[in-house]
Design a protein around this ligand. Structure first.
Ligand SMILES: [Zn+2]
Length: 195
């Protein structure tokens, strides 16, 4: 990694990497992509330091971690949402003002039509052969954001409803009912239990 850090002339990016490495375990290519997507979104949405953001990551692989450690977006505080489409893509937005039903967001995608211009990185992306994280990240540093495509969308602001806490009539455990159902999801669909 030191080899790559030497190529970075941006103290802000260096500080970000120093925080991501112990959190994620090492600087993976996916985590570096997450950092770059975050920084792109900061510019595109004019996100200020300390301002709360929300992110939906379309893969669980690496990408969510920079958003967690650098911006405090977690699953528990609902700042991080994972919709696992197996895509290197993320949608980012700021907090909505009171009463707003939708909010401007940006969806950023690692674009194969652009990564093709960086053959070593493209080979990593398409999993064509084994490419080291060092080599893949070197190309990302060289590309300097030139591998992403994005567009703006309006996303709905979640409405906070009253929690309808119910006791399941089979297992006796309490759960938050979505409507007025009397069985928890496990008891309603025992064959669909997931661990
Ligand atoms: Zn139950």
């Amino acid at each position: 990694m030191d080899k790559n850090l030497n190529k970075i002339n941006d103290p802000d990016l260096e500080a970000q990497i120093e925080k991501v490495v112990p959190f994620h375990g090492y600087l993976s290519t996916g985590a570096f992509i997450g950092i770059q997507m975050l920084n792109l979104a900061r510019n595109l949405l004019d996100i200020k330091e300390g301002e709360r953001i929300f992110v939906t990551c379309e893969t669980q692989n690496c990408l969510p971690d920079p958003f967690q450690i650098l911006r405090g977006c977690t699953i528990g505080n609902k700042g991080l949402h994972i919709v696992d489409h197996g895509k290197m893509a993320a949608t980012i937005n700021k907090s909505a003002e009171n009463g707003e039903k939708t909010i401007k967001a940006v969806r950023i995608v690692l674009d194969p039509e652009k990564t093709i211009n960086y053959p070593v990185f493209h080979a990593w992306y398409m999993n064509e052969r084994k490419v080291s994280h060092e080599d893949a990240i070197s190309e990302l540093i060289k590309a300097d954001g030139d591998v992403y495509s994005w567009y703006f969308i309006e996303v709905p602001v979640p409405v906070k409803g009253k929690k309808n806490v119910t006791i399941c009539s089979i297992c006796g455990e309490s759960f938050i009912a979505e409507e007025n159902e009397s069985l928890c999801k496990w008891c309603a669909n025992p064959e669909n239990q997931e661990w």
